[in-house]
Ligand binder design. Structure first.
Ligand SMILES: [Zn+2]
Length: 532
């Protein structure tokens, strides 16, 4: 007996491939898209039909860069993402992943994960398979495609210390990575500005990238903070050149005022590498500000070895003074601080009045130097203290989004309707903002191009073969939205605002959003890389 089909009738189909929009019908049967036909080509009973006249039907969005590793444990509703039509979250980015776990360094990993705002979590598993089974047991609302984080691998092998990884240590890391990939991880990510990833040299990265290449998986890199940004682009490109691995440069942006307006030079640089045969692309999120844990901007010797050590180092007067003086030298040691552009998004119980204010203003209120305020917040709240940095320009962001090498990734996290503090609005608005601001309002991209960059392009990049495209036989991850009406409503001062304009969402053939409301259906799962 054939399964009953649900028909989405008369919508504008933008299928993810980059093909021009066309009017048509889409049928869902069980977990798959069973047919895509011209309008009315196949009759059906009216009770099995959903009118999509005036609506756009696309594959569900695949967010190639997120930190939702444990979101589905902490916030099973994940409304911030499904209300934008996102159906798959790629997690494990920037070197952060909740696996593998060394039994003696479980707490270190838990501390480390606070750098991506993961609340303290019991992590009973030891490897990718254990993590994936645990998340599946929570019945995630959407699909999760994990990368293995270099930071987690390095903590498992060597802790957070500044050591050279070679010989036996390197063999341990290679083995742990191979295990992750064999169990289904989609690749490796690095966070080269974070401890402990920042202690990794080129030999270590290349050795691990070779393992990734052997598995035909993805190498995603959050670049090192270098005085000349082109050095950080080249570091990523060189890994591709040396190993042949597929390289994804994470959250491309120009954060140095001296570089503002030079997006075209950067794009030419990446294009040149591609023309030379190197498989490199980048992802970008549609905002002119970044957000991170405050501790990331402290000198490396302060960050090394976890939160407790940060407190100990700074509690010592000499350590505090040295850290303050080094911090004053600039952002990543080279970019002059503009404390007006650094805004506290999350502090803690004794400093809630600072949330939403710049460090400049907060320091004035507390009667101390800005550097001192940063260190005090780090001492009090460790990796939990978060800041937003307004260190980018709209022009650069738009140029990065429009280029053919771009893939859209939010760098956000699946969140519930309300979250503590003021998170970056990207978690609530990236994909809606792409469609509203850059397609509908400014016309920087066509709808077709934007949808491609959020569906099939990321699917291909990460190695997902049965999603990201609206075609017969693909998994039924589908979004139906009112393209001109779509809005990101999350702002810097009021970020926990759901996007509007997405009417229906299906995940693995189950309806997760109906008539603009979440259904509560949790049909997602952890995806495992299948060897190709
Ligand atoms: Zn990152």
């Amino acid at each position: 007996m054939t399964k009953t089909e649900t028909w989405l009738r008369g919508g504008t189909i933008v299928d993810g491939t980059g093909a021009p929009p066309r009017t048509g019908d889409v049928a869902i049967a069980g977990e798959v898209t069973s047919r895509v036909t011209p309008p009315g080509a196949v009759p059906a009973h009216p009770r099995d039909e959903i009118d999509c006249t005036g609506m756009t039907i696309t594959p569900g969005f695949i967010d190639i860069h997120t930190h939702s590793d444990l979101s589905f444990v902490h916030h099973p509703s994940a409304t911030s993402k499904i209300m934008q039509g996102v159906t798959t979250e790629v997690v494990g980015n920037c070197g952060f992943s909740p696996f593998p776990v060394h039994p003696h360094r479980r707490e270190t990993l838990v501390d480390f994960l606070r750098g991506i705002s993961v609340p303290r979590t019991n992590i009973p598993w030891s490897d990718f398979a254990g993590y994936a089974d645990a998340v599946d047991a929570y019945r995630p609302i959407m699909n999760v495609a994990p990368l293995a984080g270099h930071g987690a691998l390095r903590i498992a092998a060597a802790g957070t210390r500044d050591v050279t990884v070679d010989g036996d240590l390197l063999r341990t890391m290679e083995r742990l990575l191979r295990e992750c990939l064999d169990q289904g991880a989609f690749g490796l990510s690095t966070g080269l500005s974070y401890v402990p990833s920042q202690f990794a040299g080129q030999d270590e990265i290349n050795a691990l990238a070779r393992v990734v290449h052997d598995h035909d998986a993805l190498y995603a890199t959050h670049a090192r903070a270098t005085p000349d940004p082109f050095d950080s682009f080249d570091e990523a490109i060189d890994v591709g050149k040396a190993t042949g691995v597929r390289v994804q440069y994470s959250h491309l942006a120009l954060n140095d005022p001296r570089m503002w307006g030079r997006a075209d030079d950067v794009l030419a640089h990446f294009q040149q590498a591609v023309d030379a045969g190197i498989d490199v692309r980048y992802d970008v999120y549609p905002y002119d500000a970044s957000a991170s844990s405050l501790t990331q901007y402290l000198p490396a010797w302060v960050q090394a070895d976890g939160e407790d050590r940060i407190r100990r180092v700074l509690a010592d007067r000499a350590g505090f003074v040295r850290a303050r003086d080094e911090l004053a030298e600039g952002l990543f040691g080279s970019i002059t601080w503009d404390w007006e552009r650094v805004v506290v998004s999350l502090a803690g119980p004794d400093d809630e009045d600072l949330e939403g204010l710049s460090i400049a203003r907060g320091a004035e209120m507390r009667g101390m130097a800005p550097e001192e305020l940063c260190l005090r917040l780090a001492m009090r709240y460790g990796n939990r203290a978060r800041v937003v940095l307004f260190y980018r320009t709209e022009e650069d962001v738009a140029a990065f989004l429009a280029h053919p090498l771009a893939i859209v990734g939010s760098d956000g996290t699946a969140m519930p309707v309300t979250a503590p503090g003021r998170p970056h609005p990207r978690s609530y608005g990236s994909h809606a903002r792409l469609l509203h601001r850059y397609v509908a309002t400014e016309g920087r991209l066509t709808l077709t191009d934007a949808v491609h960059k959020a569906t099939l392009a990321p699917a291909r990049r990460i190695g997902i073969t049965d999603r990201g495209v609206l075609t017969q036989g693909a998994r039924a991850d589908i979004a139906v939205f009112d393209a001109p009406a779509i809005r990101d409503t999350a702002t810097w001062t009021d970020p926990c605002q759901l996007a509007t304009g997405v009417r229906d969402v299906w995940i693995n053939g189950e309806q997760a959003v109906a008539d603009g409301e979440p259904t509560g259906c949790r049909a997602g799962r952890v995806l495992r890389r299948s060897s190709r």
